[in-house]
Design a protein around this ligand. Structure first.
Ligand SMILES: Cc1cc2nc3c(=O)[nH]c(=O)nc-3n(C[C@H](O)[C@H](O)[C@H](O)COP(=O)(O)OP(=O)(O)OC[C@H]3O[C@@H](n4cnc5c(N)ncnc54)[C@H](O)[C@@H]3O)c2cc1C
Ligand code: FES
Ligand code: FES
Length: 1344
């Protein structure tokens, strides 16, 4: 809204410094302001929707009610700067710095190895810091709560929690130590512990070196703000932006008047509802009314009847208020409060609870709201206010449905919320089920209340409300009405379920999908409520009289196990590794748990990522226009409106490309037709990000749909739509072997996976004024590929282009190929406009455009003996490659090569094909086909075990490689370390005795089942080609003795630079502190190979070693001459003697080849072996699970850095766990990806870490081939996450066995709560209505 009036001055503080904005724009968020205006780039952008916590900062405000300073964490991406009037903001830069003083939180997270790529670290630091400002000695529960809203894609959270735990009051390492229960003391056969336990270490950092926390050292609340708070400004403040006006009245009276003047203007409080709606649904409000300064909206009052909470109170405050009432009042009065508290613990993360207001929550009326169903059943009333006066309305079905008759009038506001006490004979409960326990919107949420006639079990009043099953929260009024007067017994339960399914009905194609699951939850939750109430009634003295003299239904404890929720417990565990040889020189860092080189900088926000590079002169911003059709001809592209918008400089199309536009079948920018939704058509270049994004909306493309449109593997097979020929490996005589044995034929589906690197794709291209030179700063795993692609796109020689990679905020394979495409498009923009171009993908665009792990469909036929011996196995796999080849052929090859995993099966056939579909092209992803393919093999083993009535571990053991042997592609290897890992894992996890305990538990619990599984692993490292194993390094020694190392690997968080300096330090015998790595650059080390395939540290390490050895050889005569001299003396002498102090090191690579014609080769330099066991507990009524324990044993041989390697194992295991349990990509029937952010795509959170998580590196293991006998561990742990999947499958099988349903069920990964619940079939899954698939259009389609 263009406005001529002057804005008021916006005053707030950042890190103790006053910020005075004269032209504050209401559309600018704190995150943008910090990063762009104040150049405080420590706070990161990851999702922009409050869902990841990477942008966490602390806000401190004077609370006018308590007159205290309140410190709370917020996600800066959702905070409009205008809401900060009078607030103090602390960012990671304000907490500490490596230049001045580190804060203990920063020091500890880095030294505990809690950072890998470091992109999440500032957010983690700020969540922990805020916790410590409020609780200098927090409890472990508070720590979990504080970090619940922060995602990390690298570490697996364990080390982050461990650093936080050092501040906790009760922290003393393993709680069980010395009580005979410690994980360290355990093991079925204590004497089998490997080779002299004395050289086994279990500490990865030295706690006693940490500086203590001194709360007196923290920044104080600015006195100026305190003065402002004590004499509050009563005047209305107004901030006019380009399009939006923010009005913040100082009094309630003014607010009510303003509401009359601007009836359509929303009240903005936490902006956690308005903000995301603006971003994803384009909601736009020209005027916003902020009641933040009105203390009346934060008042709390109590009466003997109930509690009134101001609508402006944050959900975190509501939680504290309710907890207070619960501790003060008798239990019977606090039923509703307890139910609300239960949900408040799980609702979003801490930051959102701190920001979101009770009023905003209620008024948003989200269908998934957790609180509204409970408030509705709890007879809550809403106190409304307007200039005309006050009135009260019930928070009931009509209000929730948004009926005008039951709603606020435009000029009214919600002042407060009255929640009455519950009464005697009244019971209230709350239920929710989401994809994961914390920080996830619920699929179904419910509030339930029953009131009995005094002293009886006869229903006097009943209220049931559900969220997630329609457009709004639904009250099942009719059902409740019909159940009045009924007794609380089984017939009532049956009747209630029938009524509920009728009333709370969902059509087959309902938005959000999961329709049958939701229907099942509707009745399962009621059943839980039924049991809960029954249990309450059973309490002695509760029931005074039962009408017919009968007792209420007897129910055994076995069935009551459905009741408790899984608690969010703080994980415990031990990390074991072999210490270095006692003769190793103290200054030699190899084999020691050295902290990540950038760890401290990650923690202070001083580590510079691509988009942290300051704006360069005349820089422009690029935003991409992508296809909205899956397969269509482009009829026209109308850029006129976009080009007219202010700030827009140009739109780049394929016609602007001077060189080649990608490959014929894989164009950088679409020409004539599009092959998937999300394909890049053109790119807008504008002065600012906001302008570029607005112009994208105004770019009009007309399409004509083409046939066929293929999304699923099934359709691709039908249409013979493949990207490359079939790959096949075979040994023995499969057909003949099948003739003599029992067989099973089964199908396995494995869903895809989004990389979800925290740092989205980004690139900055700076054209130089001379000779067509370009500097490209890019977040990539393969700068040489970016360089080459830009060269061919612009048609200029490679030597004019320099790619720089300082560090990458997570890659996982997703930054091997795509950055070249984005780099090339940005370079075309820079070439055409002559200006630097910055391209930063939004999370939504990144997920839409870039593709991920290939979904897989596998069919196996397995022939076996009763003993569990597998005689023949035939597996055919299809992967969904998307619309272009990308890495799909290679992924298919690796899949086939690796699929045998740890098993020797004499008659074996593997076939694989990559399907071409109209989806974004899938690409490299950690494990490269292994995690998907091996799930088929392991599922087959599980199926054989079930058929033979054997335990899966027995069948695994029976079929495992035992002696020196050859793989299916005839590569010889010795499986001894595999067997050792397997045995160690069984032993360390006390697997066999826990099997019995699990069986015992399962006998005693009907609705809860535990499952246990152990998987072995043989993972091949490297690329199947020698040339891909070459590597180079460049080492300079300067005249002061300092050493600069450069090599061809990229720092993705995996600690490659740290390891390289460890190598250089050992070789040159110079401390790491004398050494430095600046960046990876194509100008210093040319023609590099992608940092991938777990081999980066290995081959680059050899190159660094080679360079150092060359240098040392040159220095040898000088050292000999002056053996007592210092390093600096020798370097000075060498310079004097004109000896070159710079050397290139080179490693020609491991021999590797594969002959696909013959099906033979030596494709991999070596294998990593491992084993993992996991135990889970499944709630059969909801499909939720908790991870009780995981034990991993991995053969890392002589780890270069055990802290980094254990970090890689834990991180990849957790990513694997996500792949197999929660990460689910959902596509519309038109091929549009729905899941485009952390709200709808759930990577593991802190509450997903197994309660006990032990990792051991197999000691006394050697491999002569590699650098210092180490192994690359980047990818292998992914597959070990499947131990959780098979443990869940084990639990489900137990449930099915008990219910007499076929034990074998189709395995589908991920094993989401939905799949688990539906597999645990019971009377509830049987009673739900099922739709004929032909009668409706599903909301989403399965593409695997
Ligand atoms: C990452 C994330 C995770 C989430 N997870 C969950 C979850 O697990 N479960 C769940 O239930 N919810 C969840 N939410 C939703 C969250 O609870 C709501 O967004 C929040 O409660 C809204 O409050 P707010 O103060 O931010 O509202 P705002 O966005 O500031 O305002 C929302 C609306 O409320 C109106 N409004 C606000 N106050 C008043 C008033 N006093 N009188 C009249 N109208 C008013 C405004 O006009 C506006 O239309 C999540 C949100 C995010 C961003
Ligand atoms: S970027 Fe703000 S929460 Fe994700
Ligand atoms: S270290 Fe947490 S996301 Fe990389």
């Amino acid at each position: 809204m263009p406005h001529l009036s002057r804005s008021d001055e916006l005053v707030f503080f950042v890190n103790g410094r006053k910020v005075l904005e004269r032209n504050a724009d209401p559309e600018v968020t704190l995150l943008t302001f910090l990063r762009k205006n104040l150049r405080l780039t420590g706070t990161k952008y990851v999702c922009g929707r409050g869902g990841c916590g990477a942008c966490t900062v602390m806000v401190s405000k004077h609370d006018p009610v308590s007159r205290k300073i309140r410190h709370f964490s917020v996600t800066a991406c959702l905070v409009p700067i205008c809401s900060l009037y009078g607030a103090a903001v602390t960012t990671v830069e304000g907490v500490g710095s490596i230049k001045t003083r580190l804060h203990p939180v920063q020091e500890r997270i880095a030294k505990s190895h809690g950072t890998q790529c470091g992109f999440c670290t500032p957010g983690m630091v700020m969540s922990m810091y805020t916790l410590l400002r409020n609780h200098p000695q927090p409890s472990e529960e508070q720590l979990m709560e504080a970090l619940g809203g922060n995602l990390c894609r690298c570490t697996g959270y364990r080390p982050i929690l461990e650093s936080g735990r050092t501040f906790c009051a009760e922290s003393s390492g393993c709680q069980q130590k010395g009580r005979g229960k410690c994980c360290l003391d355990q093991g079925e056969n204590a004497t089998s512990s490997l080779g002299g336990e004395s050289d086994i270490c279990t500490e990865l950092f030295a706690k006693d070196e940490f500086q203590p926390l001194d709360p007196t050292q923290e920044l104080i609340f600015p006195p100026e703000l305190l003065r402002m708070a004590e004499n509050p400004e009563k005047r209305t403040l107004t901030f006019h932006g380009e399009r939006v006006t923010w009005i913040s009245p100082g009094t309630l009276k003014d607010l009510l008047e303003l509401k009359v003047k601007h009836p359509d203007a929303p009240l903005i409080l936490g902006n956690t509802s308005l903000g995301p709606a603006k971003k994803s649904q384009g909601h736009f409000h020209p005027v916003l009314l902020s009641p933040a300064r009105i203390s009346e909206l934060s008042m709390v009052s109590t009466t003997s009847e109930g509690l009134t909470i101001g609508a402006g109170c944050s959900l975190a405050q509501v939680k504290d208020i309710l907890a207070g009432r619960v501790s003060e009042l008798p239990e019977e009065k606090t039923q509703t409060y307890r139910a609300l508290l239960k949900h408040l613990k799980r609702l979003a993360g801490q930051q959102i609870r701190n920001m979101a207001s009770l009023g905003g929550h209620i008024m948003s009326r989200h269908c998934y709201s957790d609180l509204n169903p409970v408030l509705a059943v709890g007879n809550t009333a809403l106190n409304l206010m307007s200039k005309e006066g006050t009135r009260q309305i019930p928070l009931d079905r009509d209000f929730l449905a948004g009926l005008a008759s039951a709603d606020l009038k435009p000029e009214e506001i919600l002042e407060s919320v009255y929640i009455p006490h519950s009464q005697r004979w009244e019971f209230v409960s709350a239920f929710r089920q989401a994809q994961c326990q914390q920080n996830a919107l619920a699929d179904v949420t419910a509030g339930m209340r029953v009131l009995f006639q005094e002293g009886t079990d006869t229903i006097e009043d009943l209220s049931l409300a559900y969220g997630g099953v329609g457009d709004a929260t639904i009250s099942a009024q009719k059902s409740c009405q019909q159940l009045l007067g009924r007794r609380w017994n089984e017939p009532m339960l049956d009747e209630a379920c029938r009524l509920l399914l009728d009333e709370v009905s969902l059509p087959g194609g309902a938005p959000g999908g999961s329709v049958e699951f939701k229907r099942t939850l509707v009745v399962s939750f009621f059943f839980k409520f039924y049991l809960e109430v029954l249990q309450e009634l059973k309490k002695p003295g509760k029931l005074l009289s039962v009408p017919d003299g009968h007792h209420f239904p007897e129910i055994s404890d076995r069935f009551l196990s459905a009741l408790e929720d899984f608690p969010a417990t703080v994980p415990q565990g031990v990390q074991r590794y072999q210490s270095v040889d006692s003769h190793q020189a103290l200054q030699d860092p190899v084999g020691r748990p050295i902290m990540h080189l950038s760890g401290l900088k990650h923690a202070t926000g001083e580590a510079i990522f691509c988009d942290d590079i300051p704006t360069v002169d005349k820089e422009l911003f690029m935003a991409l226009v992508t296809s909205t059709r899956a397969h269509a001809k482009i009829i026209s592209v109308d850029l006129s409106k976009a080009l007219e918008l202010p700030g827009v400089v140009d739109v780049i199309t394929a016609e602007d490309i001077p060189g080649t536009n990608g490959a014929e079948d894989d164009k950088l920018l679409a020409v004539d037709k599009v092959l998937c939704v999300g394909q890049i058509v053109c790119a807008v270049v504008a002065e600012t990000e906001a302008q570029a994004k607005r112009a994208v909306e105004e770019t009009k493309i007309a399409y004509e749909d083409l046939e066929p449109v293929i999304f699923t593997i099934e359709d691709a097979i039908k249409h013979s739509s493949f990207l490359c020929p079939e790959k096949k490996l075979e040994q023995g005589n499969v057909e003949k072997a099948f003739e003599e044995v029992d067989q099973i034929v089964e199908e396995v589906h494995v869903g895809g996976q989004e990389h979800f690197y925290m740092e989205t794709q980004r690139v900055l291209v700076i054209p130089k004024t001379e000779d067509k030179e370009l500097d490209i700063y890019v977040s990539t795993q393969d700068p040489a590929h970016v360089q080459k692609t830009v060269s061919s796109t612009l048609n200029i020689p490679i030597n004019r282009i320099t790619c720089h990679v300082k560090r990458v905020g997570g890659g996982f394979g997703g930054k091997v190929g795509r950055p070249a495409v984005l780099g090339a498009i940005a370079a075309v923009g820079a070439n055409k406009t002559g200006y630097p171009i910055r391209l930063v993908l939004d999370r939504e665009d990144d997920m839409l455009i870039t593709g991920g792990r290939h979904p897989l469909f596998g069919k196996y036929k397995v022939g076996f003996m009763n003993s569990g011996r597998i005689r023949a196995l035939d597996i055919e796999c299809f992967i969904n490659g998307g619309c272009t080849l990308d890495d799909s052929e290679l992924v298919t090859e690796f899949l086939i090569l690796k699929m045998e995993n740890a098993y020797k099966i004499r008659n074996l056939r593997f076939r694989g094909r990559a399907c071409m579909t109209n989806l974004p092209s899938n690409t490299a992803f950690r494990g490269f086909g292994f995690p998907q393919g091996t799930l088929v093999t392991e599922s087959c083993i599980t199926a054989v075990a079930a058929k033979c009535g054997l335990l899966p571990e027995k069948v695994r053991e029976k079929n495992m490689y035992k002696t020196v042997d050859k793989t299916i592609y005839k590569q010889a290897f010795n499986p001894e370390p595999l067997i050792r890992c397997w045995n160690e894992c069984l032993d360390k996890s006390s697997f066999h005795s826990r099997r019995m305990q699990v069986a015992e538990f399962n006998k005693k619990n009907y609705w809860r089942k535990r499952g246990l599984a152990v998987v072995p692993m043989k993972f091949s490292v490297g690329f199947a080609a020698t040339s891909f194993h070459q590597a180079a390094a460049l080492v300079h020694i300067y005249t002061d003795g300092s050493v600069l190392v450069t090599h061809g690997g990229n720092e993705l968080g995996q600690g490659i630079h740290t390891k390289m300096l460890q190598v250089a330090s050992r070789e040159l015998k110079v401390p790491m502190s004398h050494m430095h790595i600046c960046e990876t650059s194509t100008a210093t080390v040319p023609n590099t190979i992608a940092t991938a395939a777990s081999i980066g540290s290995d081959v680059n390490g050899r190159a660094v070693q080679n360079a150092c050895q060359i240098l040392l050889k040159r220095l040898e005569p000088i050292i000999k001459k002056n053996p007592e001299g210092t390093w600096e003396d020798w370097i000075e002498a060498a310079f004097e003697q004109r000896i070159s102090l710079s050397a290139t090191g080179y490693f020609r690579g491991y021999e590797a080849f594969m002959d696909w014609e013959k099906g033979e080769g030596d494709p991999f330099p070596y294998y990593v072996y491992g084993a993992a066991s996991s135990e889970v507990e499944v709630d059969c009524l909801t499909g939720a699970h908790k991870k009780i324990r995981t034990d991993i044993v991995m053969d890392a041989c002589c780890s270069l850095n055990p802290a980094i390697d254990i970090g890689q194992i834990e991180g990849s295991f957790t990513q694997g766990m996500g792949l197999y349990t929660t990460e689910e990509l959902k596509y519309s029937p038109e091929g549009v990806l729905y899941s485009r952010g952390p709200d709808d795509y759930k990577i593991p959170t802190i509450t997903d870490v197994p309660e006990e998580f032990n990792v051991s590196l197999l000691p006394s293991s050697q491999t002569p081939l590699t650098i210092y006998s180490s192994k690359g561990l980047g990818e292998s742990g992914m597959f070990l996450g499947s131990s959780v999947f098979f443990a869940i499958a084990d639990a489900v099988a137990t449930a099915r066995r008990e219910r007499d349903i076929a034990e074998d069920f189709t395995v589908r990964s991920p094993a989401t709560p939905e799949r688990v619940r539906m597999a645990c079939a019971d009377r509830f899954t049987e009673m739900i209505p099922r739709d004929d698939p032909k009668t409706f259009k599903p909301w989403s389609i399965p593409i695997a």
